[in-house]
Structures are given as structure tokens and as C-alpha cells.
Design a protein. Sequence first.
Lengths: 447, 272
Amino acid sequence: MRIKSALAAAAILTLTAACGGGGGESPSSSGGPVKIDFLSLAWQKDSVAANKQLVEEWNKANPNIQVTYVQGSWDNVNDQLVTQFAGGTAPDVIHNDSPALSGFASDGYLLDLKDRLPAELKNDIPQAAWDTTTFDDGKGGQGVYGVPFLQESQVIIANKKLLDESGVRVPTPDDPWTWDEFSAAAKKMTTQRVVPGSGDGEDAMGQGYGVAWPMKSPVNKTLNLALNFGGTFFQTSGGKTTVKVGPEEREVLQRIHDQLHKDKSADPAALGQGTADPLPAFYQGKFALLPAGVYLRQQVVEQAPDGFEWVTLPAPKGTSAQQGAVSQTLSIAQESEHPEEAMKFIAFFLNGANQAKLAKGDWLLPTSKTAAADPAMTTKENGWDVATASAKNLVVAPFLKVNGFDEWKSKVATPVLQEYFANKITLDEAAKRLVEDGNEVLERYQR
Amino acid sequence: MRRVWQYVALVAYVVFLAFPLLWLLSTALKTPQEMALTDPTWIPREPTLANFGDAFGEQDLVGASVRSLVVALFASVITVAISLPAAYAMARHRSLINKIAIGWVLVSQVFPFILIIIPLFMILRDLDLVNTLPGLVVVHVTFTLPFALWMLQGYVRAVPRELEEAASVDGAGRLRSIVSVVAPLLAPGVVATLLFSFISSWNEFMFALVILQDPEVMTLPLTLVRFTGPEGVARLGPLAAASLMATIPSLIFFAIIQRRLKSGLMAGAVKG
């Protein structure tokens, strides 16, 4: 009886849903407002709120162009898009990041925005950022396949108390540490100190370290910092791209390795961790400096125990302070029936004032020059001034335009760099494998 | 004494099984500060309901649960309705075609999802089923059917043929013996298959991700993933709160249906 009643309940529910919840039907466009689907990947609380609010504002002001906010997720957006592009049902406006655009652009799924960008939007975003979304159009020219709007730079998040106690010079955006100063500072902060949980007692003395390098995903971090010494890791000649690990590329690798194994100023426990994993130990003072992307400040603000003081320091500089950058982007699907309206929406969504809101919500850097000047982006609070100032050092990441980079990264570079930082292989061996195994991978993409 | 040890073992097993659920509950009640402690505790020091507030405030969890429930119920009932007669035929009429069919069913299980997802999507699009719950139900039925068939076939085979023969000696026709003799004995098998299909559909993510696009039709797994960011970073508090709420409907479904899941109905049915 019980099963029968359960089945009956199922049937009733089903019927109700089939009648009411089928959804997905958009009203015919004749005479009605234009409908645009906007796939957003925002996931932080403030960022989701900012996205929803901007869409609402737009819909209120533009009754003839109604935008539907569809939330996606970073982890599987590309699987989702591949299927929807192939099936011809992709959203009109697509949020993604610049490394993903190159493949979709060359397959013809994304609209070239080059001649559609309003002048105001185009001029408000510096060329270095546009470079991150400019790719071959497959016809011998170059096309712009997305509007870049949020970027990440590397900074150092520091324990203020340990920084002050060490007496080292506090770096500023105008006068950052050199890598030598950075290494010396980390050494100075490597001391025996009270580290809760490090011994049997509650507050036992333990080994404190200067810095932590969480290197579970080492590739993007080291490649972006390698630009400090002009290290690009890739070279193109005669239309053929190969991997190179010369003296410029070796600098940052060697320096991080030295901190770990020669100076012993880097916490060995953090080495195998993901970016955010060392934070609990950071709050306890086990190490003083955490090189990280600017977005990690959000977690520190949210999680740090009461009374924990921290500051944001600029990343160290080598022969220059340059860092590689990729961007978050908004693109328009090639098959969109309303590209004009979609472009109008993007221009509104990414204007200076709105970019400031989005950047604040995601704790990232806006590409818009107007947004970067917004008081919210330059306040000292939570290190926004240092973070925003670091944007001037961002140049397009050299790996962004390398076909086959993703495979090189996962199959070659990640294991090789992990082994190198764990001191299992020498720098020469690492360089040899990065180049030889790497070129084999790249070769396949260039036939 | 032996009984005591049995109970100890049982309690240990239950704790082992319940651990993830209890940890989920504990995490859902913690503040972000507490989640970042290096020595986490079971019982939150300052319990908070803020995570539940965030989870329900940001996402339509109730609506998504109802839609998931409808899809899972529909998919599991249809799966069983189709696979039951097929399983009976396969188990009772053994022929070459049967063997080939069973082999084919097994082979179909080997295909990776991702290989067929684009062609499947095209078919659904041509049928106007993209972005609809019936479309998702069709896909879920298609994907649980082979295994359900395989599972039920085993149950049918376990019902001794002699029972049907005995019924026919007593004058029952084929239909009567199926309805009055075989069907009641298959109840546990049907329940187990229903549960399997229900859980497969309830948890299914990939197809739902590509088929459903409108916020109004999204199912629960799609809603839960909204609390995660790039490279595995997640908003643990709201995610734990939402996941906890997401397990409740399936727990209730289990509680209702598990009483039917008993074995031994056929013990002693055929002598010697």
C-alpha cells in the first residue's frame, strides 16, 4: 500500500510540475522585448549581489532589452559551453576568462567585437588588457573576442606584528622589495617563536618561518612572477612556438627553491598545499609572508581571528616589476540573435562605476581606468591601495597565446615544478624536461 | 558479552557512516573564523545560522529541491516500469538474442558520458526538450535503464520457476501467476531498483548542467555548485548548509521506502 501511495504522490507531483515547471519557453520576439541570456560565473556573496543588482538596474532602465541572469560555475563552464555551442543554444553574453577564449574563438563560436566596441568602453580599458583577449581570427587577422574586466595580480599578504618586529623596511608600490630584499626579510622572520599548536603545550615555542609557498598548482604563479626577470618560458620563431628555460626563466625558480631548501625560510608544511590552505597557519603566526593573488584578501578579512593584524605588500621586483596577467571577460556568442543589444548591455555592465562594484565584490582589479580611480579601489582599508597600484605592472601573460599550453601545464610543467620545489630533481633536470617533454606536446598542436 | 561487542561494532559502524553528515552539520553552524582554525572542534563555539540564511537567500533551494524530487521520482518510476517486464522476459526466455541483448546492455555501461553528451544534446534539441524537466527525465531514464534492467533481471532469476509452474498446476494462467505469485516476491527487487534510479537521478549533475539553462528549471546539484569558485575554492559555510538541506528529501524518501527492502521472502518456497 505504502508503495502505491508513494507512486500516486509521485504521479501527482509530476503532473503538477509538467504543467507548471516546464519553463524555458521564451515568448515570441515579435513585438515583445528582446531577450538576452547572461551567463555569469560570479560566486562570492558580494559579487553575486553586485551582478544581480546591475542586471536589475539594466532591466528597469531598458524595458525593450530584458536580460536573464543565469549563474554558472567556473569548474565546469567550458564543458557546458562546448555542448551548448555545438548544439546552438549558448547564452548571448558569456562570462569566462581569457585563456578559454582562444580555443572558442578559433572554432568560430565567439563574435569578433573589434568593430562593435563603443569608443568610451574601448578607451577606458588599457591596451595591455585588450591584448589578453585579442587572438587570431582564423583568417589571418586579429580579432577581439571578449571585453576584459577583472584581473588578478600577485601581492604578499603579511602578518603585521611579525613584519614590525623584524624591523625590515616595509615595501611600498613605488619602492617594492627586490627579490634579494624579499629573501633577506624572509630569513630575518624565520625564528623560534610562540606558535600555537606547534608543540605539546598550548603555546609552545616552535619554528616560525618567514614565508610560505603553497605549490600544489605551481605553474601560473611561477610563470607570472618569472616575468620579473624577463622570463617568458615560450619563444616563437618562424611561426613555431617552443619552450625555453634560459637564465631569465631560472631566476625566480631558483630563488623560491633557495627559500625552501637553502635559506630554509619557507614553511615546508605549506609546499604541497593549495593557495588558501596555509591560511589557518598564517593566522597563528607560523609564517609571516604569504605571496598570493589579490583575491585571497577576501578570505583573510572573513576568517582572520579578532585582533589579527595584516597588511598587503607589493610583490617583489627583479629587473622589472612586471607580472603576467589573464583577465576575466565578457564575450558574445557568434550565434546570438541580438549582438547589438548584447553589446549595449556589456557596455553598461562594464562601465567605470560598475566595474568598481564588480571588482570590489570579487576582490580583484578592474581593467577600467575610471574604476581604478574610484575611492573604493584606492582606500588603504584591506590593502586596496597596494592591490590597485599593482595593476600597472600587469602585462599579457606570454603563455596566453600558446596553443597546447593547458596540456603542457598539466602533463609537464605541474609535475616537474612540484618535483623541483620538493628538491627531488635539480634545476637542470627540471629545465630539460620542461623543454624536451614540453616541445613534444606543443609540436602536436602546431602540425 | 558477545552481544555487547556486536553493539559496539554496530555503533562504530553507524558513527563511521554518519560522520560526513555530522561534519556537514557542524560546518554549517560555524563562522568563517572557526572554519579556519587549525584545531577544529565538533561542536561550534559560537553556533550561527548565518550560513543557512546565505544559502536560502542567494539560491532558490526550495524550488530546486522540488524540481529535483519531481525529476527523480518520475525518472525512477518510469525506469522501473520499463525495465520490469523487460527483465522478466530476459530472465525467463533464454535464447541467443537474449545473450546478445544482455551483452549489449553491459557494453553500453562502458561508454563515457562525455562521448555521447553532444549527440544526445542535439537529439533533445530537435525534440524541443532542451531546457525542460521532461527532457532531463528522458535522459535520466535512458541512463539508468541498462543497469536497472541488469539488476531486476537478477531478482527475477532468483524467483524459482517452480513457483510459477506450481501456480499453473493450480490453474493459474501466465498473467495470473505473474501478478499473484511473481510480482509480490519481486517487491524488494523493485524497491532496490527504485532507490538506485532515484539516487542516480537526484545526484546527476553533468546532463542537468548542459540541458537546463533557465534559472527557473535548475535542479539541486546545479544550485549547490554555485557556492564553489575556481580551482576548488568554495564557500564552505553556505555550501554545507545547502548540502545538508539537500540530503533531507532523499533521507525521507529512503525512510518511507526502506521498509519494503527486506530479503528472505522466498526462503523455503521450494523444497528439496
